[in-house]
Design a protein around this ligand. Structure first.
Ligand SMILES: Nc1nc2c(c(=O)[nH]1)N[C@H]1C(S)=C(S)[C@@H](COP(=O)(O)OP(=O)(O)OC[C@H]3O[C@@H](n4cnc5c(=O)[nH]c(N)nc54)[C@H](O)[C@@H]3O)O[C@H]1N2
Ligand SMILES: Nc1nc2c(c(=O)[nH]1)N[C@H]1C(S)=C(S)[C@@H](COP(=O)(O)OP(=O)(O)OC[C@H]3O[C@@H](n4cnc5c(=O)[nH]c(N)nc54)[C@H](O)[C@@H]3O)O[C@H]1N2
Ligand code: SF4
Ligand SMILES: [Mo]
Length: 894
């Protein structure tokens, strides 16, 4: 049986099995996951938080602290491939350059496109943008930041005249009021959450307000949770503006001196009235809660409003961002210690991509394509022959242009659009029909890779080298510490090689990433000429050695940690702009699709799971795709808790498990965005999401999809452990088991199906084996099989029944990892002879502590998170499970 406390690998995490090289002394690098941008110190076999990094001061969350477990050669893309054949780099690069050149020559530059990602490094991003906009001559380069940050970019540009985040993390610690809206900080930005939690512990009078239609783990920190109806953020913040005016809480001197457009913005806000009771009803909250929030905002000069995807990913995401910024401008709370609006970034280099101009409607260094002076300056700096003159296609439009044949070649780098774009099935069809699809990725299998004509193996985290910028504009280095597997190469190198082969060798002469960074830094001088704050000119002459030694620094370089604190903005008038935000039209929920489907992140998975999906430990928290619904809806739609639900929308369908969640608003459901066709039969949430876009940013409304739900009752259920592909059944979901057979890594599949099964089928699901064990129990309708090699080692295990066969999946996983000594009857039973009680799901991933153990600790008197930690270690490493521990404390003690 797996020890309840798995000692030894915490804080000192194990490296992946095929780690090629360890460093002699620890190096400092930056976490590959979220935009908090934590520093990591590692020698290749163990890691810890970098105590000197300003973002995390030594802390790491569960994803960061388990990152070494996701490295290794298994399922890596090792060689360039053209139409399925392994080729040399020369052949692959010639092929890409040749095809792009030919299409540009025949159909013009707008017939090709790049689709890139906030997981590229700044240097990769810079050369991709320079090649497409400056040399190929089209602005058809867009990025997954379109799905993530583009509404915040619009909001910043409209309000401040530049895409600048004015505040910094320290503001969260200095604030008297922290508002977290559309942000599940506890799970998506855990170290930011921990910094707020620590500040609140030190100053309990500090208030936290969470605005989110569902009750999330983040709410455990909240003094007030406003569970607004989905999409009601503009009315909420318009109401706030009106309230501030009614209660003389505006900073009129600041408004007069530093802003414009206030009167018309206030008029628009006022048009919804100030009958707080009916407004509260409209928003779906109580009047007391609404006015408490307004009181607190009025009272606290030091207020930070953190916003993320619940704000950005909406039909009116840009306005939602501006409605927040309006309230901050109206109270003079921008860029001051403890007082700012704060859009936090998702990906490790979402911010870096915005700096270099990775979006189709940016030029570079915060300049605009359609501004002739900006255009002339960049064309001159780059000596670019064909600098694009018009904005290019934004992500959703870009893939529609691929579908219509207007775009004939697309190069996708470091993103997985077949899973992450709305109407994802159509994206897949478009790519399958496209002339040339090039995909640069690290892994060998993926839903987008399956559509590629040319696959290029890229370096991944731990191998690649370059710069990333986090949410607070802090630039840190990612440094390599393992040898690249196979033929994998840096993205910047691949792009530069293609540029050279397309005839642009003079403009892409780089030998080392630091040369690219220095050029980009020099280019920011132009930003300064046009009154922008982006300033890296101090790094323009950086030597290779200085680049190697780079310590985390915020831009503008050699400036304070905040921007705009003096009330002078990046607009021509130096005044910030209020933006009048109309309330969204009232949404009529039709009978056909009565539930509003929300989607987002879970604690231990990253996006499309190409990395976190390699570590079995990260599935302990939530192991299957699910839709969370309120118990009333489970009853109303005759679903079953733990059963299966088929979701259908106007554009697609999905089949997942039902989770009961009293924190859901009735009439809504939540699905994680993570499961792809690599991990489940049909659980891609974006197959359901229609392409409804914010008109200013082009960002899709991922959070509010009308769906229908119906119960699905399979005729049989099962478990299958195998290294082979999953069987073709109606439902399967897989979890990697930390064991490798010759055929590959063992996977644990949860199965369910409708069709009759024959003995032969069951047999075919298992691999060739020297020995077989079988047990058929017609009384229970259960069939169990085990396949063993000649030495008695387990190769595969299967149990099928009309009800889900009982077994201890963790013990079975251990049977695979620990090899021999298998007792035949026990193995068929799927649990040890001396099976202990079921301890429930793992809550603390670091120490593998299960729910019942934690509840036991509470029953024995542990009355706070720290006491639970002392009893059973839960929550004492990365702290990511602390919100859940607080939840258990609450349920056990009430
Ligand atoms: N564990 C983990 N962490 C991650 C990532 C990951 O994949 N896994 N990805 C990273 C990336 S790229 C990003 S962009 C960030 C995203 O970080 P977050 O934005 O915090 O994450 P989400 O879960 O997408 O959505 C946040 C919340 O918005 C709420 N919401 C939905 N509709 C509304 C609404 O109408 N109004 C309001 N106010 N709220 C609403 C949802 O209920 C959800 O709780 O996370 C980053 N961190
Ligand atoms: N329904 C719904 N959809 C969403 C969202 C949502 O909340 N709901 N959120 C949206 C948001 S905010 C985001 S950011 C996107 C994320 O969605 P994606 O960007 O599609 O997700 P990832 O899994 O991060 O894809 C990264 C890919 O790049 C590969 N990769 C990793 N590192 C490198 C590298 O260094 N070089 C190269 N070449 N490849 C690399 C990985 O193996 C993986 O295949 O999803 C969006 N889609
Ligand atoms: S909060 Fe976690 S995932 Fe985000 S950067 Fe820090 S360690 Fe990485
Ligand atoms: Mo994101």
């Amino acid at each position: 049986m797996k020890a309840e406390v798995a000692a030894g690998n915490v804080g000192e995490n194990r490296a992946g099995k095929h780690m090629a090289k360890n460093t002699e002394r620890p190096i400092c690098t930056t976490c590959p996951y979220c935009g908090v941008g934590c520093g990591i110190s590692t020698d290749g076999t163990s890691l810890k938080g970098d105590t000197l990094h300003p973002a995390n001061a030594g802390r790491l969350c569960v994803k960061g602290s388990s990152v070494l477990e996701t490295l290794g050669d298994q399922d890596r893309l090792l060689n360039p491939e053209v139409e399925g054949d392994v080729v040399s780099w020369d052949q692959a690069l010639d092929e890409v350059a040749g095809r792009f050149r030919r299409i540009v020559d025949e159909h013009g530059p707008d017939a090709v496109a790049f689709y890139v990602s906030g997981q590229l490094l700044t240097e990769d991003y810079y050369v991709a943008n320079k090649l497409m906009k400056g040399y190929i001559g089209s602005a058809n380069i867009d990025t997954n930041s379109r799905l993530c940050m583009s509404s915040a970019v619009v909001a910043h540009k409209r309000a401040f005249g530049e895409d600048v985040v004015p505040g910094c993390y320290e503001d969260l610690e200095l604030a008297d009021l922290v508002i977290l809206t559309g942000s599940n900080t506890a799970w998506a930005h855990p170290i930011v959450y921990q910094r707020i939690a620590a500040a609140k512990q030190a100053r309990p009078e500090m208030k936290v307000v969470v605005i989110d239609p569902r009750r999330t783990a983040t709410c455990d920190l909240a003094d007030l949770h406003l569970a607004i109806r989905p999409g009601q953020d503009v009315p909420l913040f318009n109401g706030l503006l009106t309230w501030l005016d009614d209660n003389n809480a505006l900073d009129q001197a600041y408004i007069d001196a530093h802003t414009e457009g206030f009167e018309s913005t206030l008029d628009t806000a006022r048009s919804q009235g100030n009958d707080w009771a009916s407004l509260a009803t409209h928003m779906g909250v109580s009047k007391v809660d609404l006015t408490t929030f307004y009181h607190w905002f009025a009272a606290c000069d030091r207020t930070v409003t953190v916003f993320s995807q619940g704000v950005n990913q909406a039909r009116n995401g840009s306005d939602q961002g501006n409605a927040i910024i309006n309230a901050h401008l109206a109270t003079g709370r921008v860029g001051k210690p403890g007082a700012s609006p704060f859009s936090i970034t998702g990906q490790p280099n979402a911010m870096g991509g915005r700096e270099v101009g990775g979006l189709a409607n940016q030029l570079a260094v915060h300049l605009d394509i359609d501004n002739p002076a900006h255009h002339a300056a960049v064309a001159d700096f780059w000596q670019a022959p064909a600098l694009a003159k018009e904005n290019g296609l934004t992500a959703v439009d870009l893939f529609q242009a691929v579908a219509s044949g207007k775009v004939k070649a697309v190069w996708i780098m470091a993103t997985n659009p077949v899973d992450s774009l709305p109407e994802a099935d159509k994206v897949r069809q478009a790519l399958m029909a496209c002339d040339t699809v090039v995909v640069s990725d690290c892994v060998a299998s993926g839903d987008t890779l399956a559509c590629a004509d040319i696959r290029l193996p890229a370096l991944g985290w731990g191998e690649k080298s370059g710069m990333v910028t986090n949410s607070e504009r802090c630039m840190s280095r990612q440094r390599p510490f393992v040898t690249a597997p196979g033929q994998a190469r840096a993205d910047w190198w691949i792009i530069t090689q293609v540029a050279q082969r397309m005839g642009f060798a003079d403009a892409f002469p780089y030998q080392h990433e630091h040369e690219i960074f220095a050029e980009f830094s020099a280019l920011t001088a132009l930003a300064g000429q046009f009154g922008k704050r982006l300033d890296l000119t101090a790094a323009a002459d950086l030597t290779a050695d200085q680049y190697a030694q780079w310590q985390p620094q915020q831009w503008p370089l050699n400036s304070g940690p905040r921007c705009y604190g003096d009330g002078r903005f990046s607009t021509a008038s130096e005044r910030a702009r209020f933006i009048a935000c109309e309330n969204p039209p009232v949404r009529v929920i039709g009978d056909a699709f009565p539930i509003i489907l929300n989607s987002g992140r879970i604690r231990d998975q990253w996006h499309t799971m190409t990395r976190t999906g390699r570590a079995g430990r990260l599935f302990a928290h939530l192991s299957e795709p699910f839709a969370a619904l309120h118990p009333k809806d489970i009853e109303r739609y005759r679903l079953q808790e733990g059963g299966f639900v088929r979701l259908t929308s106007r554009v697609g369908d999905a089949l997942v498990r039902v989770t009961r969640d009293t924190g859901q608003r009735p009439g809504t459901a939540f699905m994680p965005m993570h499961w792809t066709d690599q991990f489940s039969r049909r659980a891609r949430v974006d197959a359901l999401v229609p392409a409804r876009l914010d008109p200013h940013s082009g960002q899709p409304a991922f959070k509010h999809t009308p769906v229908n739900v119906s119960d699905w009752q399979p005729r049989w259920h099962g478990w299958l452990f195998t290294a082979a592909s999953p069987p073709a059944v109606e439902y399967w979901a897989r979890v990697p088991v930390d064991a490798f057979l010759q055929a590959g890594q063992v996977q644990r599949y949860r199965l369910a199906g409708d069709a009759d099964l024959t003995e032969q089928q069951l047999h075919d699901w298992l691999p060739q084996a020297a020995q077989w064990l079988a047990l058929n129990d017609p009384a229970t309708g259960h069939y169990r099989r085990a396949a063993l090699d000649k030495d008695g080692r387990l190769l595969a295990w299967l149990a099928i029944g009309e009800t889900l066969p009982l077994c201890d999946v963790d013990w079975l996983a251990d049977c695979f990892t620990q090899g021999a000594d298998i007792q035949h009857m026990t193995i068929l039973a799927g649990q040890p002879a001396d099976a202990g009680p079921d301890l429930g799901p793992v809550i603390c991933s670091c120490f593998q502590v299960r729910q019942k153990t934690i509840e036991g600790a509470v029953e024995e008197g542990a009355d706070c998170v720290e006491a639970i930690g002392q009893c059973c270690q839960a929550g004492t490493n990365c702290g990511s499970c602390i919100p859940e521990l607080r939840g258990l404390l609450e349920t056990c003690t009430t």
